[in-house]
Design a protein around this ligand. Structure first.
Ligand code: PMP
Ligand code: GLU
Length: 397
């Protein structure tokens, strides 16, 4: 009677959200928990964006919106893609959804048939493989390690391609590793993809504005594959708007149309007020994201410096996003009293229970010997968290 569908039964719970919930629960019990599990800017949405939302309310923009989004928002996105990325899209190639997560779900549902293969470089963001499952596709994971800065090579890509490959998912700047593909590296991947006209590229660029190495590079810039790339972006990370739930894709027309059809049955157009706020954010110059990015970069440097003094933690220097993805293999198998830390899920539980610091196990991202934590927190909190982690790790035997 109470059996859920197989579709839901086989789905994993989002571990980023689960760890965040656990940290909320401990906080409610009075513990001083530092939550570095969920990744979201600790900045507030800029005032000019909030003003646009207030204005929308005052103007009674409270009715259903067009399914793909208000025309002014679609235009603001098309202008942004031209201005910031040099990409030309018509407004009929853009669909706005309830966050980039929803956009990714739409695109996979709209393009993947049962049994189709989706190439997912690991470490990957938690929801990728679960969304592929929902679309009845099969994830083909390409593992990478800290030694290659977690990036795939053209050779690895070519080896993963089969006649069943439908989509390649790419994320740059990457969650969870912070790696950023250079233009040359993307060109190498595009060269391989050019040989396989049936493969689509789902390019998740949600961390575009949090990039410490310069200009954002999109794989959509290569004309030989442009008509097969779906660019996914949104306002959650760049404009500190995670709660507003606005994401979008810019895609070939047939995919935009399919997403619109799907969304027309499942959710309708997304929140009218949030769309007006997002239009203001996207039409603005990128000074707000630049300000945040500078702050994140300073925190990254301090965190890496401190982390390197903690035994058992090995990290690269992330070039974007706001995560540290640390290799902790040396700590596995150690003990706290009778308790064995046999995997990174155990380690994260140990850290939250003993040090009251919430992190996420690498297994959630397809990389078993790592843990992820976000440095989108105040410097004071970060240093306190690292001191606590250091102490907890030293207590392991
Ligand atoms: N892609 C990546 C790589 C992310 O880290 C996130 C943040 N959760 C998303 C997509 C989804 O973003 P949104 O909050 O806009 O749904
Ligand atoms: N992008 C964030 C993270 O990876 C948000 C959590 C989520 O949407 O799963 O932590």
């Amino acid at each position: 009677m109470e059996n859920v569908s197989n579709r839901v039964a086989q789905l994993a719970v989002s571990e980023t959200l689960a760890m965040s919930q656990k940290s909320r629960e401990l906080k409610a019990q009075g513990f001083n928990v530092i939550n570095l599990s969920v990744g979201e800017p600790d900045f507030h949405t800029p005032d000019f964006v909030k003003d646009a939302a207030k204005k929308a309310l005052d103007e009674n923009i409270t009715f259903y919106s067009p399914v793909p989004g208000f025309p002014d928002l679609l235009q603001a996105i098309a202008d942004k893609l031209k201005r910031e990325n040099g990409l030309t899209y018509g407004t009929d190639q853009i669909v706005v959804s309830g966050g980039a997560k929803h956009t990714l779900a739409n695109v996979l549902m709209a393009t993947v048939n049962a049994g189709d293969e989706v190439i997912v470089p690991a470490p990957y963001w938690v929801s990728y493989v679960e969304l592929v499952k929902l679309a009845e596709g099969k994830s083909v994971v390409i593992p990478t390690t800290i030694e290659s800065d977690f990036k795939i090579t053209p050779k690895q890509l070519e080896e993963a391609i089969t006649p069943k490959t439908r989509v390649l998912m790419l994320c740059s700047p990457s969650n969870p590793t912070g790696s950023v593909y250079t233009r040359n590296e993307l060109a190498g991947l595009a060269q391989v993809l050019a040989k396989y006209p049936n493969i689509l590229v789902l390019s998740d660029e949600i961390y575009e504005h949090i990039n410490y190495v310069g200009k954002h590079e999109s794989i959509a810039q290569f004309p030989e594959i442009f008509d097969r790339v779906i660019v996914v972006n949104g306002v959650s990370k760049g404009y500190a708007m995670t709660g507003w739930r606005i994401g979008y894709c810019a895609a070939p027309k047939w995919i935009a149309k399919a997403c619109q059809k799907l969304q027309g049955q499942m959710t309708s157009g997304t929140c009218s007020i949030a769309q007006k706020a997002a239009a203001a954010a996207i039409a603005s110059d990128a000074s707000y994201p630049k300000m945040m990015c500078k702050a994140f970069e300073q925190r990254r440097d301090k965190v890496i410096e401190r982390l390197r003094k903690i035994p058992g933690f090995k990290t690269n220097v992330p070039q974007g996003a706001f995560y540290i993805f640390a290799e902790v293999a040396e700590l596995l198998g150690k003990k706290f009293g009778d308790e064995v830390i046999s995997n990174t899920a155990d380690l994260c539980m140990y850290l939250i229970n003993q040090a009251h610091v919430a992190t996420v196990p690498g297994s959630a991202f397809g990389a078993a010997e790592y843990i992820r934590f976000s440095y989108a927190a105040s410097e004071e909190e970060l240093m306190e968290a690292l001191n606590r982690i250091d102490k907890a790790v030293q207590a392991l035997q």
